[in-house]
Design a protein around this ligand. Sequence first.
Ligand SMILES: [Zn+2]
Length: 429
Amino acid sequence: MEMELAGHYLMPGFCDSHAHIANWNQAPSAQYVYNLWLGHGVTSIRELGCFNGLDWSVREAERSERGEIAAPRIHPYPAFQPGPAGPSPIVDAEDARAWVYDVAERGAAGVKFFAPTPEAFKTGLAEVNRLGLGSACHHDQRRASQVHALQSARWGLSSIEHWYGMPEAMFRDRTVQHVGPGYNHNDEPQRFEQGAHLWLQTAERGSPAWQETLDEFLQLGTTLSPTFNIYIGSRDAARVRNAEWHQDFTAPQLWDFFQPSPENHGSYMGNWGTEQEVSWRHAYQKWMAFVSDYKNLGGRVTAGSDSGFIYKIYGFGFIEELELLREAGFHPLEVIRAATLHGAALMGIDDQVGSVEAGKRADLQILSENPLENLKVLYGNGHLRLTEDGLRRVGGVDHVIRNGIVFDAVQLREDVKREVETQRDESIG
Ligand SMILES: [Zn+2]
């Protein structure tokens, strides 16, 4: 196939290293989510947690691979927790081995760890690595004093999600998180408020503890998948509530899911004030410095969105992640590399995708604006620019190509808008 692309920009497709295909209470359909991803140039995802069930995710991955659905390439990473067939709960080494073996048989590409017992975590990881699967971990704060991010990296973990467990790895003047006597981890407003304080309790940038930790991650080949964008409401709640794409692209039930409530994960901003936002602004500076220092040492950092929570929607959240990597100190080329080649390397498919090279698969995106000049041109609703003809929206990816199949990205985004409009009419009518 040939395309005439004079005056256009060609890039590899994006890899979203931290993605969730929404379930019924978040989105009208999986297609809504896929269209937003493809409509933002995302051609590969790691699906962490498989909240709709591993077998469902594996089927979707296969249908996508066969070209039966318009979707990115999906690598399912089920959550390491009791399943219908597995042990309940996963406590010891034997449970862990059996569980990992079972999900590998059923088609998992990797495993997402959350808060297992140290014994189950260590054995589970060893089994994951023995079978050649990928691994990711969100270090639950309740376990992080037993197994922090550096400890699990020593056990062979591939990627550290978000930021949890890293401040704890750099503690030198304490061994546990200093929380107040009334702290309740199951209360999300408290939990997210406390999160910022951990960065403020840990080692300073450039200190021996900071350097040693970075050096050891580098030596171990650990990947950081920071997902800066998903917590950005913590430092500016109004910004995420009022994002200009909600009107056209956020499905009504996703909007409802975002509203403050003790029921839904991530809906914690029911009384979020100046004190919480200011702590998070300071925490972000330190967290971003850590990630940027790691990149400068040669460490691998990827772009992950975690969309579907905290006012973040698919595709748009991913582009915001790129802007936040830029804010952390990445050059635009380093941002694009995190979002393409480094993501592909983490997924173990960098021999096939992640760069524009002869011999690789056609996993590409075509734009009429230069993202190195301004990453905002990657947003699906375009970038607002004052031109000689007046105020115009420019940008948004034109075409996306996955495994050689060409998708009209503009049309995919129009389909989402129509779906959102129909849903809204139905909920009003
Ligand atoms: Zn997540």
